[in-house]
Design a protein around this ligand. Structure first.
Ligand code: SF4
Length: 199
């Protein structure tokens, strides 16, 4: 004869237990639960915020920078650390890395760039939608670093794409990168749809 262990309930018992849970919920769900945010309506009527289109757009853009993946060398590990829980880049709305440049508006160039790879990086940059920004992370990205005199090394990303912020170091620490990102956010805050630069 087959021995059925104690902890396996027959189907009928499971149905009965589930039915009991449903009946209890039905019995206790007759009154409607009041909306805990109902007070908001009255409060909101007294709070009207006025701002400019520029301020709203700049706030949204600098608070949700999405980074295109462009990490050709060792600086990338400091970027990875910055993105981890200890330094927590997501505090700045930018923990998302995009494999598609069409979904990214920031390129963090973390590493040495060779001339062989340069056309691909330039193409990735060109495929990113406007507005877009570039942070040169580390000595190699800024000037070629210790490899600058190599025949195969691009002596700075700014030879092939425009760079907005330079973060020095070999490699820069995550705090340095985060400081650079904050500098970029300040730069974005000065951007205007209608004027060259906000006052
Ligand atoms: S700056 Fe230093 S750490 Fe960064 S890619 Fe160049 S050699 Fe590597």
């Amino acid at each position: 004869m087959e021995v059925v262990p104690d902890y396996i309930y027959p189907d009928r018992e499971i149905d009965r237990a589930e039915g009991q849970v449903i009946n209890d919920l039905k019995a206790n769900s007759q009154p409607v639960i009041p909306d805990s945010d109902a007070w908001l309506d009255a409060e909101l009527k007294q709070n009207i915020l006025l701002t400019s289109v520029d301020t709203m757009i700049d706030w949204a853009q600098r608070s949700s920078l999405w980074t295109a993946i462009c990490f050709p060398a060792c600086c990338a590990f400091e970027f990875i650390a910055a993105n981890g829980p200890r330094f927590d880049l997501s505090r700045f709305g930018m923990e998302i890395l995009r494999a598609s440049p069409r979904q990214a508006d920031l390129m963090i160039t973390a590493g040495t760039l060779t001339w062989k790879m340069a056309p691909n990086v330039k193409r990735i940059y060109e495929q990113m939608a406007e507005p877009k920004w570039v942070i040169a992370m580390g000595a190699c990205a800024i000037s070629g670093g210790i490899f600058a005199s190599g025949y195969n090394v691009v002596p700075g990303y700014n030879h092939i794409i425009p760079v907005d912020v330079y973060v020095p170091g070999c490699p820069p620490r995550p705090e340095g990168l985060i400081y650079g990102i904050q500098m970029l956010q300040k730069k974005i805050a000065k951007k205007s749809l209608f004027h060259k630069e906000k006052a």
